[in-house]
Ligand binder design. Structure first.
Ligand code: CP
Ligand code: NVA
Length: 306
């Protein structure tokens, strides 16, 4: 039987996504009570990182250890991947030895090629195209604070990058309105914009995007792999900072989220990210809980599916 993968939010149905989020909050409560829940002894997660990471690495590795299994960190520097072994060959071999694979890489197509040859479920830990695990954590955080996201308004301010693309996927799967304020030339993926038609508005003005929003969110101006574009991006994104003026347009109880790492003084002011509307620490912690729920969902013999 072909394994289920999690390469985008479209790989799970809305009911399955809601199940994972509910389960994440349950696992979080149990973890906080100090209960041991280790249903996967001897299960192994392989983690390929072709880009840097703090949250993704630690949340997957700690999460798998807490579930009773273990994780292996693999980087191109010290595997044959870095010496040109085809991704398809790596996939066949790795998936014959581990139970789950998580990959963070550049081209989304590389992740898809790996998944096509993998006999184990594959999880997207970020590509240049999207970052669905982060969206699971963002949605868990919003729902824990405001109970439901359906019909709400989310404002995305800044680069139409991998995070913005995943917000488009989320708008479709969780049925909310997304307003994107991006400078010309930095819009998100056209295919996803079309798929989210009816649920998305593409604007230029951050203040208009934030008006009456329930959630305001942003991300760095310079994603990993774009380092050589630093100067032109610094110029293009002037005026695309989430600050108190932008937050004042949103609903008074609006939440601010940021996937982190953040650059205070660029895409977000210190006042906002360190202020009372910011839930970024909960958001980061929820990576642990929601990915445990996701791994449980994907592993054979995991928790009952909806
Ligand atoms: N948000 C996120 O994915 O963080 P890392 O790059 O630290 O994994
Ligand atoms: N857009 C950022 C997200 C980091 C978690 C990047 O790709 O670098």
């Amino acid at each position: 039987m072909k394994p289920r993968h999690f390469l985008s939010l479209f790989d799970l149905t809305p009911a399955e996504l809601h199940h994972v989020l509910r389960r994440a909050s349950e696992l979080k409560a149990r973890y906080r009570r100090g209960e041991r829940y280790a249903p996967f002894p001897q299960k192994v997660l392989g983690m390929i990182f072709e880009k840097a990471s703090t949250r993704t690495r630690v949340s997957f590795e700690a999460g798998m250890a807490q579930l009773g299994g273990s994780a292996i960190f693999l980087s191109p520097r010290d595997t044959q991947l870095g010496r040109g072994e085809p991704i398809e060959d790596t996939s066949r071999v790795l998936s014959s030895m581990v139970d789950l694979v998580m990959i963070r890489t550049f081209e989304h197509a590389k992740l898809e090629r790996f998944a096509a040859c993998s006999s184990a479920p594959v999880i997207n830990g970020l590509t240049d195209y999207n970052h669905p695990c982060q969206l699971l954590a963002d949605l868990q955080t919003f729902i824990e604070h405001r109970s439901d996201i359906r019909g709400r308004t989310v404002a995305w301010i800044g680069d139409g990058n991998n995070m913005c693309n995943s917000y488009l996927e989320a708008a479709c799967q969780f049925d909310f309105q997304l307003r994107i304020a991006a400078p010309p030339g930095y819009e998100p993926d056209t295919g996803l914009l079309n798929r989210a038609a009816g649920r998305v508005k593409l604007l230029r003005d951050p203040l208009a995007a934030a008006e009456n929003a329930d959630l305001v969110t942003t991300d760095v101006w310079l994603s990993m792999g774009r380092e050589e574009e630093q100067l032109q991006r610094q110029r293009a994104f002037v005026g695309y900072q989430v600050n108190t003026t932008v937050m004042a347009q949103a609903k008074p109880d609006a939440i601010f989220l940021h996937c982190l790492p953040a650059h205070r003084g660029e895409e977000v002011s210190a006042e906002v990210i360190d202020g009372p509307q910011s839930q970024v620490w909960d958001e980061a912690e929820n990576r642990l809980h929601v990915q445990k729920a996701l791994m449980e969902f994907l592993l054979p013999g995991g928790n009952e599916k909806p």
